[in-house]
Design a protein around this ligand. Structure first.
Ligand code: FE2
Length: 193
């Protein structure tokens, strides 16, 4: 299910969003690229670190690393995109980028457990995928999640993720956020030479 694809350069992640971002964002009224740009814009507007802005931009890259249909959740398939994206990016970016990405689905399950208002505002596609992702966390799971050093960033990312679904909302172009990608990427080995 999860792709084992690894990216070899940070700008490949932006190129993937450029090339494959026209697909529908999981039953929502925006494309993957629009969703990514809106999510990154929300992070920028809340003065998030460059790493967290990149996490917001790339958090759903896992949906673009496989050939499953856009409506896979309706067919009972969880593409585990949070894990495939984190795995594809971990050699290129620090944990401040990849861990909020890896935890953004867990953050949804966490918020469903601790915030009574959160579940009520989830979109229908998000409720469908929640069940495939394991449903709300138990209290033990929620305590363990909250103890993670990247839990707060994952929750911030999750709330932008849930908001970044506004049809037609103007955003800066990908090239604007590509600057954060370049800034946040680990130095390439050949750049040390
Ligand atoms: Fe998302």
């Amino acid at each position: 299910m999860s792709s084992r694809r690894r990216l070899t350069r940070a700008d490949e992640a932006v190129q993937l969003l450029e090339a494959r971002g026209d697909s529908e964002y999981g039953g929502e009224a925006v494309t993957q690229r629009e969703h990514a740009l809106q999510c990154a814009l929300l992070a920028e507007q809340e003065h998030a670190s460059p790493e967290l802005i990149v996490a917001a931009l790339l958090h759903d890259l896992g949906h673009m690393l496989h050939e499953l249909a856009d409506d896979a959740p309706d067919q009972g398939i969880d593409d585990r995109h949070e894990h495939s994206a984190a795995a594809a990016l971990q050699a290129l970016f620090p944990p401040e980028v990849t861990e909020p990405i890896r935890l953004h689905v867990a953050a949804k399950r966490y918020l469903c457990a601790v915030d009574p208002d959160y579940l009520a505002q989830l979109s229908q596609p998000s409720i469908v995928s929640l069940e495939l992702q394991g449903g709300p966390m138990t209290s033990d799971e929620a305590n363990a999640f909250a103890a993670s050093p990247h839990a707060d960033d994952a929750v911030r990312l999750r709330r932008w993720d849930d908001t970044a679904k506004a049809p037609g909302l103007p955003t800066p172009p990908l090239s604007h956020f590509a600057a954060y990608v370049k800034q946040s990427a680990r130095p390439r080995r050949d750049e040390h030479m």
